[in-house]
Design a protein around this ligand. Structure first.
Ligand SMILES: NC(=O)c1ccc[n+]([C@@H]2O[C@H](COP(=O)([O-])OP(=O)(O)OC[C@H]3O[C@@H](n4cnc5c(N)ncnc54)[C@H](O)[C@@H]3O)[C@@H](O)[C@H]2O)c1
Length: 257
């Protein structure tokens, strides 16, 4: 029996929340009562998201930041704690994709993807963790990918970052478990967002390949991802930490011959 998820006393930060998953996460957390911080690098997208959610009567605030910058992550965490007196949920979601053969990936491209997704997840978790440790309570959710579970040619930096996020999540859960801070990851397969639309548009992905590759013969839907997030922030998952929850329709289970 699931408990009603009531986040009305909680404050949540979601990185990369101007679009896609991040915006959907913010909306859901706010619909369950949370005050949400839209931590986003794209100012126009961040402001638009804030406007959209507040127009819906939800409690949302945009903070401009680059997740790959540790000072920005510190500022977002501190400003949130100063303004609202607490920080309960931190979702490291900001990400970007790149498809290129490894021999052609430039150091700058490598460092950008690792910087935003792997280092950004560490910086965000660290900034949040420092506050949550003082509070004696907290919940960190890291958005990984099936690319962190199974390899894909042409996605060296993306796959390495996502695999790193999965192991980092286990370390954080181990370190901060005694302090009542949980850390879990979600590893989605392909779910339609701007990021996926971009890959389809530039030819680095193909819808027929995606649907044939998926054992369920379809992409995932955002509401199917949202339920995973809600479960992980709820008290129903109180003893679940250090886990990576695959929301992938068995994509990573299938060797695909
Ligand atoms: N869409 C999918 O199918 C899929 C599957 C698996 C994992 N993911 C992961 O989910 C996360 C969200 O993906 P999405 O599909 O919603 O992408 P998206 O491109 O639709 O949205 C990503 C958001 O992150 C923001 N962002 C990018 N770099 C940032 C930075 N340095 N600091 C702050 N914000 C930044 C972008 O401006 C954008 O608003 C990513 O980590 C992605 O790798 C997506």
């Amino acid at each position: 029996m699931f408990t009603e998820v009531d986040l009305s006393q909680q404050v949540a930060v979601v990185t990369g929340a101007g679009a896609g998953f991040g915006l959907a996460f913010c909306r859901t957390l706010a619909e369950h009562g949370a005050t949400v911080i839209i931590a986003e690098i794209n100012e126009a997208a961040g402001k638009r998201a804030e406007q959209m959610l507040t127009n819906e009567g939800l409690k949302a605030k945009f903070m401009l930041c680059d997740a790959s910058n540790p000072d920005h992550m510190q500022n977002v965490a501190r400003q949130t704690a100063d303004a609202f007196g607490r920080l309960d949920i931190w979702v490291n979601n900001a990400g970007l994709s790149q498809n290129a053969p490894s021999e052609l990936v430039t150091p700058a491209e490598w460092q950008r993807l690792i910087g935003v997704m792997l280092s950004g997840t560490f910086y965000g978790s660290q900034a949040a963790g420092q506050i949550m440790l003082k509070q004696g309570k907290g919940n960190i959710i890291n958005i990984a990918s099936i690319n962190g579970v199974v390899a894909q040619a042409g996605r060296a930096s993306y796959s390495a970052a996502k695999a790193g996020i999965i192991r980092l999540t286990e370390v954080l859960a181990s370190e901060w478990g005694p302090h009542n801070i949980r850390a879990n990851a979600i590893a989605p397969a392909v779910i339609m967002t701007d990021l996926v639309r971009g890959n389809l548009a530039n030819g680095s992905a193909n819808m027929d390949v995606y649907t044939n590759r998926s054992p369920m013969r379809r992409l995932g839907e955002i509401p199917e991802l949202i339920t995973a997030l809600l479960f992980l922030v709820s008290t129903d998952s109180a003893y679940i930490t250090g886990q990576t929850l695959r929301v992938d329709g068995a994509w990573a289970s299938d060797h695909y011959l």
